[in-house]
Design a binder for this molecule. Sequence first.
Ligand code: COS
Length: 385
Amino acid sequence: MDYFLTEEQQAIQEIARQIAEEKVVPVREELDEKEQFPAEIMEICGQSDLFGLAIPEEYGGFGGGVLETSLAVEELSKACLGVSVSFAATGLGCYPILLFGSDEQKQKYLPVLASGEQLAAFGLTEADAGSDAGGIRTTATKDGDSYILNGTKQWITNGGEAGIYTIIAITDRRKGPRGASSFIVEKGTPGFSFGKKEKKMGIRASATRELVFEDCRIPAENRLGREGMGFMVAMRTLDISRPGIAAQGVGVAQGALDVAVNYARERKQFGQTIISFQAVQHMLADMAIKTEAARAVTYSVARYIDSGAKDFSKMSAISKVLGADVAMQVTTDAVQVLGGYGYMREYPVEKMMRDAKILQIYEGTNQIQRNVIGAGLIKEYAQKK
Ligand code: COS
């Protein structure tokens, strides 16, 4: 299927595919088993300029957008979601700076993120504020030319590994979500520490930690946008990053489909390869239908955002739901096609199935996405009247 990618976009795909096949596939099982952060692979992604794909050229990036990032994420995800999310989380942490940073903030932080010298992370979620992102309690109290941060962020991807963190904290509790603001916090700032690494069902190569702020003083110039814009910063960041989750879904689904088709071509039962049975062919066909549909929607939404569209919350959520659900269904079916072998660690599909589950949960559960889609429908149909 030709998606009319430019030569540059095809080159990005090829670079990411090569890293995935040569550097990720050989170690993915070990990274998963040992829960080991893929630091060397992140360095290779940096050397290959993949971290700068969505960063403008004037700040040391490639000047692409959501589509270029999605292409790289998809290729890495075919091999290992734990690796691809470690890569993609830097993009998530970077978007608040890209979208709302001043020129000085962009000059200071984007070049080191584009080169991969530093990784980034995004800190919104707290123990009591997951889906209800407006319920965060971490505070940022103004004190002269500084803000003092107190509170704990939970389940932060790249926590401890990243050098640069974009954090949402409350500056005025009385105003609810309108009282939140966004800040850049650097690793090593006194009063900023990390909790233990979480033990997870899947994406075990990625690092998930608490971010702990105890009277952590940061310069007021680290605030992104105006006071009170923090919830909007978070929502806009998630709107633009969610097609990346869809791309993770497309990648892991394709990876699982590849394993399932190749296995079915080799595995013999009742004197013939199991792919010759219509029951198996139909399963593989359904897996292919879903994967291709999710890919088409992901690329379309990415292109729509890159075209300069202003209101893309609904389409972004649609791509995320579809990509995540397809990934869960296709990886589960891949395990089924491989039968008992699929359930064993000797084949990669059981890991793919464990990894895929998070896609329906993080960056907004698929239930929250449906709320966003529903709100979008209500708004659109009200405007049509
Ligand atoms: N872009 C810009 N502004 C947005 C927005 C968006 N996509 N979504 C909401 N807002 C604004 C609203 O317009 C509203 O502004 P006003 O107060 O000026 O009217 C404000 O933000 C609050 O919006 P709303 O009332 O819709 O907020 P809710 O508390 O109902 O929450 C959801 C909305 C559930 C969509 C939000 O909390 C959410 O996305 N939750 C999931 C969080 C998530 O993805 N977590 C993953 C962790 S990060 S990896």
